[in-house]
Design a protein around this ligand. Structure first.
Ligand code: AMP
Length: 304
């Protein structure tokens, strides 16, 4: 199955315990697209400014992302700045400059309209909605969001959430959106809004998945060193959706495997700045870490 993603393509400035980087390639659609296209054909719908570097365009293409839907408008590319706390989990957003995204109105081609799976990555809910309005009944639609949009565009976001099969967000955002500090209660409240699958991402602690009557927990992979957590959530989504698209299997057991693939891809993402490590992950790395996850979480029954 092929995947279409709408989201941000950005230049990020990040400060972590491991160092500082300015204007490096980032954005929700970038991390998602690079990760998802490892598993299945993935097309990206987004906009950049005329300052977008040819090398970054080439990198997206080399990674297999279909960038026919990457428009260039006069002006500056979306920019985001963030600083991570010493625990490398909490972060403060220093700035969000929408730039060319303010004037962006995506127009999908016939081919993009027929995507089987649509991922509405973190971007203004009205853009997510516009993509949803243009696609011809996809098999599966998922949405991700962020505190910025919960604060500034909650009514539009709720309308998008009503129309999707799956919602991915982090624990703070789940609490912010529902007013429920307890993760299970927040997930239940979110499922009542429409999605049958809710994935609550918990940074280094992995993710909790609520699917119909099932619950599943996938840990974050324990790493000795984290370099830059930026994009981990989008990469998780790229692995999760990419695996589902590749296998064309939406049974509960495979949705669980997809969550493990999401978590393992995210664990590679945080091992480098920007997409540095994610872009060099091999099939062997993926298999090796999948086995390590199995090893990490298997235990026998107690025999009395
Ligand atoms: P994550 O670490 O998975 O939450 O994603 C971080 C990425 O999201 C960065 O590369 C940013 O460029 C991008 N980003 C940050 N804020 C926004 C926003 N308000 N809308 C869209 N993308 C954003």
């Amino acid at each position: 199955m092929d995947v279409l993603v709408v989201g941000s393509v950005a230049y990020d400035s990040v400060k972590t315990r491991a160092g500082t980087r300015d204007d490096v390639l980032g954005g929700s659609a970038t991390f998602f697209g690079i990760c998802s296209s490892r598993f299945t054909p993935t097309g990206l719908v987004a906009v950049v400014g005329d300052d977008f570097r040819a090398a970054d365009r080439a990198l997206l293409q080399e990674q297999g992302v279909n960038i026919d839907g990457l428009e260039t408008l006069p002006g500056k590319t979306f920019r985001w700045g963030g600083e991570y706390h010493a625990d490398m989990v909490g972060r403060d957003t220093l700035f969000t400059e929408l730039n060319v995204f303010e004037a962006f109105a995506p127009k999908l081609t016939q081919q993009q309209r027929s995507a089987n799976i649509v991922f509405l990555a973190n971007i203004h809910p009205s853009l997510q909605c516009s993509v949803l309005d243009q696609v011809n009944c996809p098999h599966f639609v998922a949405v991700d969001t962020m505190n910025f949009w919960i604060d500034s565009a909650k009514p539009e976001l709720l309308k998008v959430i009503e129309r999707v099969d799956a919602l991915l967000l982090n624990d703070e955002e789940a609490a912010q959106l529902t007013g429920e500090p307890n993760v299970s209660t927040a997930a239940k409240a979110l499922m009542e809004l429409g999605p049958s699958l809710v994935v609550i991402k918990r940074g280094e602690h992995g993710a909790l998945m609520f699917h119909e009557d099932e619950r599943f927990y996938v840990p974050g992979f324990p790493l000795d060193e984290v370099i830059d957590p930026t994009g981990a959530g989008d990469t998780f989504a790229g692995g999760f959706i990419g695996h589902l698209a590749k296998t064309e299997d939406f049974t509960p057991a495979n949705v669980r495997r997809a969550a493990v693939v999401g978590s393992l891809m995210a664990s590679y993402c945080v091992q480098g700045f920007s997409v540095e490590r994610l872009a060099t992950v091999t099939d062997e790395d993926i298999s090796r870490r999948y086995e390590a996850f199995q090893d990490l979480t298997q235990f026998d029954a107690i025999h009395r």
